[in-house]
Ligand binder design. Structure first.
Ligand SMILES: NC(=O)c1ccc[n+]([C@@H]2O[C@H](COP(=O)([O-])OP(=O)(O)OC[C@H]3O[C@@H](n4cnc5c(N)ncnc54)[C@H](O)[C@@H]3O)[C@@H](O)[C@H]2O)c1
Length: 332
């Protein structure tokens, strides 16, 4: 059985990843400092797949001894690195936090990976590295000009990985949405920064829905983004890992759907799918945002043989299941 490390395993995408990788027969060593993530999904997964298949280490990548994990856990074959702070708005207010947590944390992780003799990494990057791209759909060759410290921190980590000698797949995600298909694992960010998640909570009457987007130069004046389902996204990580195990070369690959939706269009679709009306309140606009980000995903298709399978409606329905059973997400 292959054994891998997943960092940020207690977070939204990382916990869904653990579920998928365990389902596919991997053993997982989960690292998280639980600053933003939760222990409950990992406890849930231990019960689902067995204690021996999922080891959990509470560890801060930016401060603690990562080498000790590799010493305790022999035969790690790769690292899938999701662990990071990822709020654009917060990064503008506290750029130093993003430098320390994301950049220094990743530098320390890379060093520990190399010292342990492991040579493969899959990295969670973001479309924020492109910044305010001019292209209608953004290819991996587009210029990287991040417009916020979050995007800058991710671009710096990409460079560290490229220069590290590790074999890598850097995955640049666009906007991630949805929960597991069964709705048993999902996002619990407090406060949530994800539009579709918040819209579904608004529909279910769990929390008031606030429009937080700035006015931008798009047809309805709200930002256009590319919303990719979290299980589809993690299936691409699995394919990326299998690609590296099969001897594939290092690559940078976008993960999205190739389709853009404005904020208002997402709200309308959530209303149509659920048959409910969202009461929209406005509040202070987020900072560090840009008008449009839609992925060109041909490279993911040609190299990883990956295509997103789940529709927007699938994502909304999975969120309805998730928030119906966990109105406020994981509580610990
Ligand atoms: N959610 C999105 O739409 C999106 C889009 C693009 C990229 N990403 C990237 O995907 C990854 C996961 O995002 P998410 O939405 O699951 O976020 P999340 O906040 O739910 O999960 C991140 C996890 O990393 C952990 N973490 C943070 N700093 C750490 C540190 N120093 N040491 C150990 N653990 C640490 C947190 O506690 C949390 O559990 C991030 O790297 C993010 O930048 C997310």
């Amino acid at each position: 059985m292959r054994k891998i490390i997943i960092t940020g395993a207690g977070g939204y995408i990382g916990s869904v990843a653990c579920d998928l990788f365990l389902k596919k027969g991997f053993n997982i060593v989960a690292l998280d400092n639980f600053s933003r993530g939760f222990k409950s999904p990992l406890e849930f997964l231990k019960k689902k797949y067995g204690e021996d298949r999922l080891k959990v280490y509470e560890i801060d990548l930016a401060e603690d001894d990562i080498g000790a994990v590799f010493e305790a856990e022999q035969n790690i074959e790769a690292v899938v690195h999701y662990g990071a702070l990822c709020s654009v708005n917060e990064s503008v207010l506290h750029p130093e936090l993003y430098e320390k947590n994301n950049v220094i944390g990743s530098q320390r992780l890379i060093k520990a990976i190399k010292q342990a003799g492991v040579d493969k990494i899959i990295f969670s990057s973001t479309c924020a590295v492109y910044g305010n791209a001019k292209e209608m759909s953004i290819t991996e060759d587009a210029s990287t000009l991040p417009v916020n410290p979050y995007g800058e921190s991710k671009l710096k980590i990409e460079e560290e990985i490229k220069n590290s000698g590790l074999i890598y797949v850097i995955l640049r995600y666009f906007n991630v949405c949805g929960a597991t298909d069964e709705g048993d694992i999902g996002d619990s960010k407090k406060p949530s920064v994800h539009l579709m998640q918040n819209a579904v909570r608004g529909v279910l009457g769990i929390e008031p829905f606030f429009l937080t987007c700035p006015t931008v130069d798009t047809p309805d004046h709200t930002p256009i983004r590319d919303y990719v389902n979290v299980v589809d996204l993690n299936e691409a990580h699995l394919l990326a890992l299998l690609y590296l195990f099969a001897g594939g070369e290092s690559e940078v690959i976008n993960l999205g759907t190739g389709t853009g939706n404005s904020v208002l269009s997402i709200i309308k679709q959530v209303e149509e799918i659920t048959g409910a009306i969202i009461e929209k309140k406005t509040t202070q606009a987020r900072v560090g945002e840009y008008p449009r980000a839609v992925a060109d995903i041909k490279k993911a298709g040609s190299i990883l043989k990956w295509q997103p399978k789940r529709s927007l409606s699938d994502s909304v329905n999975s969120l309805v299941k998730w928030y119906t059973s966990h109105p406020h997400g994981w509580d610990s």
